[in-house]
Ligand binder design. Structure first.
Ligand code: 26W
Length: 818
């Protein structure tokens, strides 16, 4: 029941009036505009500032509380936080969304337009960065005192434009007009040092090492509050921005060299200028190493300061702080922590090592060899000479112990060593992160098993029991409640309002899976979401797609192992098949693709061009009208994902088995009622275990079979192609220029690659993929059964909440109470 106050208005009306007043005050006093002249962006800023005020009280309150009760803190170190837009997140989690929508409505402003005016904070490439964002939200929700530490990139992931079917990259400028969410903390600034030399001195018979760096850069903190569900708790995401220590080199400036005086500023600021856009390939460039050390050093100085301020010394650090390394990107933190303890605090090696290795833990996100970070020793030594010494020392002790424990296995040493002696001498950051951490985790059950069998097999023998599994998860607040309000409302009705706090109650939906009335409601919600996506397609691409078609969706970074190409081969086969047999029972389909390729990834960019060329041919062919359309939506990002996911019927998760560490898009799509077509890879396996074999379309080789075939070397791609007339026809068509009449040889490299090497085993899986797609058609043509399967999917996804994942990290790795 709504309360009525003395003025005779309800609390709700009162809240709307207050929100309105707050927005108007911000518009006038902070944005400095008369509301009559405000743009959508002005409304966004005013609304965000009004919302931020509410957050700030909670934010400061939360900080005081955890300081007072001496709770252990979690520090999540990540080079990427792909948080996307924040307005809806903040309003929704604070349960202010309806109030602010009404307030804006009263002011004649549509909240949807205001939402769209916020630039996407694209401070990440893909899954790893988005996972960090979901984890931050879950930690706030569960009341875990946590800091996210990363870099405040001036330019996030590039903007993708498709021109004549080709990907073009443009700089992304989310900070162009500032962001209302962050607080600059100019008082929180640290010196970050690079280069120079190390002096050795003996003091009282003890060797001491003094680093004389040749360069100093400042790291300045910016805090963005991360709001937990129901505003329960607010944690900071602290991102570092680089500034020159001596911004205008006064000596040069005074000599009249004004330009030269600014060059130092430019070199320093370059560190936080741009996110490296390469996903799954370690580029090994100097600027990247500078970025890694920059944010690691600032973050450790910051958390050590805090610890000493509260607890006086560093001996208790492992009891009060857990530091999680998000992949190896921050692994240099192991050496930096040792340096601080040894050189700045004069601790003994053993004590420093105890503190370090009981504070750190490391998450591995990929086993692809090209993604495992290594640094050439000369580069590392030039930038971080003292850290290299420390790493040598760590490595020596580690190899000595290994030798002692495995006296008869000298070959073990080269595989567990931090230094890779082949291919020039290189530092292996995975080895360093493993050795310096108490716990190492993989991100799905299969991935963790493979870690133990492949990349970390030998380290796992030397340090048994360190590897754990923590299957990824997603925050339901963003990926269900905000992005699919229609479905959320239904879940509240059917499963009870508590479902918003206890996702396991979604299971109740399954009791109604056979109820035609519920099936119809679910189908109606899906259709409404599809209509919204249809409009986006028309607005951005200028053609129409039918909401009654099956929306078959593959949205993720473009990478060969993710096999967008396999989907395209099937698209061409389907196109041929529909044309030769137009009256058969084809399920009308819209194939939807979206995803960026790294700018330098030539093969992936050619596959984007192929998708667009196929789209052009298929969409202009009247003979498949109403049966097949192909859509490539440009500039995939979090905001676009929020629109595509609730509208998807089929979720393509078709990586070569053993190659996708987990996947998290697979979870978002299934939670929103899309059925998965996928290989037994990553978290697909666990999705299958939860939703049941009848409600998922599994095909292809297993990871073990992939391994076996690679070892045996047979059958080859040639054999596979010879055995599949359909595949041969598809390859001939693409290779022969059917989709590229203007340049018939354009796709020859793709086809030649498949015929000769087929590294990702598309030809092994093609027939079984085709067969699985026909099972999809068959189910689609029985709408009640399809919707039933969608319901069972939704009902069984609760386990994939990142609240569950974070609770597991908290209990089993960080040892913090939840
Ligand atoms: C050093 C270059 C580089 C940059 C990023 C190498 C590797 C990466 C990441 C590990 C790429 C990534 O995002 N990996 C994805 O992480 C997700 C979250 O765990 C998983 O769900 C995906 O399967 C994995 O590909």
């Amino acid at each position: 029941m709504l309360q009525t106050n003395t003025a005779g208005t309800s609390d709700y009306e009162q809240a709307i009036a207050e929100a309105k007043a707050a927005i108007i005050a911000k518009m006038t006093l902070s944005v400095g505009k008369d509301p009559g002249y405000a743009t959508d962006r002005d409304w966004f800023v005013a609304t965000a500032l009004a919302a931020r005020d509410r957050v700030t009280h909670r934010f400061l309150g939360g900080k005081r509380a955890s300081k007072a009760d001496g709770k252990k803190r979690v520090y999540y170190l990540s080079l990427e936080f792909l948080i996307g837009r924040q307005l809806t997140d903040v309003l929704y989690n604070f349960e202010l969304y309806d109030i602010f929508r009404a307030a804006l409505g009263d002011l004649g402003v549509d909240i949807e337009r205001v939402r769209e005016a916020e630039p996407d904070a694209a401070l990440g490439n893909g899954g790893l960065g988005r996972l960090a964002a979901c984890f931050m939200e879950s930690m706030a929700t569960l009341g875990i005192p946590a800091y996210g530490y990363g870099i405040r990139y001036d330019h996030g992931l590039f903007r993708q434009v498709i021109k004549d079917g080709w990907q073009q990259e443009f700089p992304e400028t989310w900070l162009e007009n500032g962001t209302p969410w962050e607080f600059l903390r100019s008082d929180v600034t640290y010196d970050i040092r690079f280069g120079g030399s190390v002096e050795t001195k003996t003091v009282n018979n003890v060797p001491r090492f003094i680093w004389h760096p040749s360069e100093v850069v400042h790291a300045v903190a910016y805090d963005t509050p991360i709001v937990g569900w129901r505003g329960s708790n607010v944690n900071p995401l602290r991102l570092w921005s680089a500034r020159a220590a001596d911004p205008i080199a006064l000596s040069l400036f005074n000599k009249g060299d004004h330009v030269g005086a600014l060059s130092d500023q430019a070199r320093s600021a370059a560190i936080s200028k741009v996110l490296y856009p390469s996903d799954e390939t370690a580029a090994g460039q100097e600027l990247r190493l500078r970025q890694e050390y920059f944010f690691v050093s600032a973050s450790l100085q910051d958390l050590i300061n805090r610890h000493i301020r509260i607890y006086g010394d560093l001996y208790s650090l492992p009891d009060r702080a857990a530091i999680q390394l998000n992949d190896t990107h921050p692994a240099v933190a192991i050496a930096e922590m040792m340096r601080i303890l040894l050189d700045d605090h004069n601790l003994r090696w053993d004590e420093a090592w105890r503190i370090t290795s009981s504070t750190f833990s490391y998450t591995n996100h990929t086993l692809l060899p090209e993604a495992l970070e290594t640094w050439p020793l000369p580069l590392f030594e030039r930038l971080l000479p003292r850290h290299l010494q420390i790493i040598y020392f760590i490595n020596n002790l580690h190899l000595e112990a290994t030798k002692k424990n495995f006296p008869n296995e000298p070959e073990l040493l080269s595989s567990v060593s931090i230094i890779d002696e082949r291919d020039g001498r290189r530092l292996r950051m995975g080895q360093l992160a493993f050795i310096g951490s108490h716990t190492i985790n993989g991100v799905s059950a299969l991935h963790t098993d493979l870690m133990k069998e492949t990349t970390f097999r030998d380290l796992n023998r030397v340090y048994p029991g360190r590897i754990q599994n923590k299957t990824n998860g997603i925050t339901f607040r963003r990926w269900l409640q905000q992005s699919n309000p229609g479905l959320t409302k239904l879940l509240c009705e059917v499963c009870g309002e508590e479902v918003l706090d206890k996702p396991e109650l979604i299971k109740r939906l399954e009791e109604h899976a056979d109820d035609p009335a519920l099936q119809q409601r679910i189908a109606k919600i899906k259709r409404a979401n599809k209509v919204v996506l249809c409009k986006i397609v028309t607005d951005r691409l200028g053609f129409r797609v039918e909401a009654d078609s099956l929306f078959d969706v593959q949205i993720k970074r473009q990478h060969e192992y993710k096999r967008q190409l396999l989907n395209l081969l099937e698209t061409v086969a389907l196109y041929d098949a529909i044309r030769s047999n137009p009256t058969a029972d084809w399920a009308p389909r819209v194939k939807i693709f979206a995803g960026k390729a790294a700018a330098s990834y030539v093969a992936a960019k050619l596959i984007i061009k192929l998708a667009n060329d196929i789209a052009k041919t298929v969409n202009n062919d009247p003979s498949v009208q109403g049966k097949l359309k192909v859509v490539f939506l440009p500039n995939y990002n979090v905001s676009l994902a929020e629109k595509i996911i609730p509208a998807a019927d089929l979720s393509e998760q078709i990586s070569t088995a053993g190659m996708e560490a987990s996947g998290t898009g697979n979870m978002k799509l299934a939670l929103n009622g899309a059925l998965t077509i996928g290989t037994l890879d990553g978290a697909n396996i666990e999705i299958k275990d939860n939703v049941g074999d009848d409600n998922i379309f599994i095909f292809g080789l297993t990871a073990a079979e992939v391994e076996e075939r690679k070892r045996a070397g047979a059958p080859t791609a040639t054999d596979n192609i010879a055995a599949s007339p359909m595949l041969r026809q598809v390859l001939d068509a693409i290779g022969g220029g059917v989709f590229s009449p203007d340049d018939p040889n354009r796709f020859k490299p793709i086809i030649d690659g498949l015929r000769s090497q087929d590294r990702y085993m598309l030809t092994d899986d093609f027939d079984s993929y085709w067969a699985a797609q026909r099972r999809v058609d068959e189910l689609w043509n029985q709408p009640e059964k399809w919707t039933r399967a969608a319901i069972v999917n939704i009902a069984n996804m609760a386990w994939f909440s990142s609240d569950r994942t974070i609770a597991e990290y908290a209990e089993q790795i960080w040892k913090v109470p939840v």
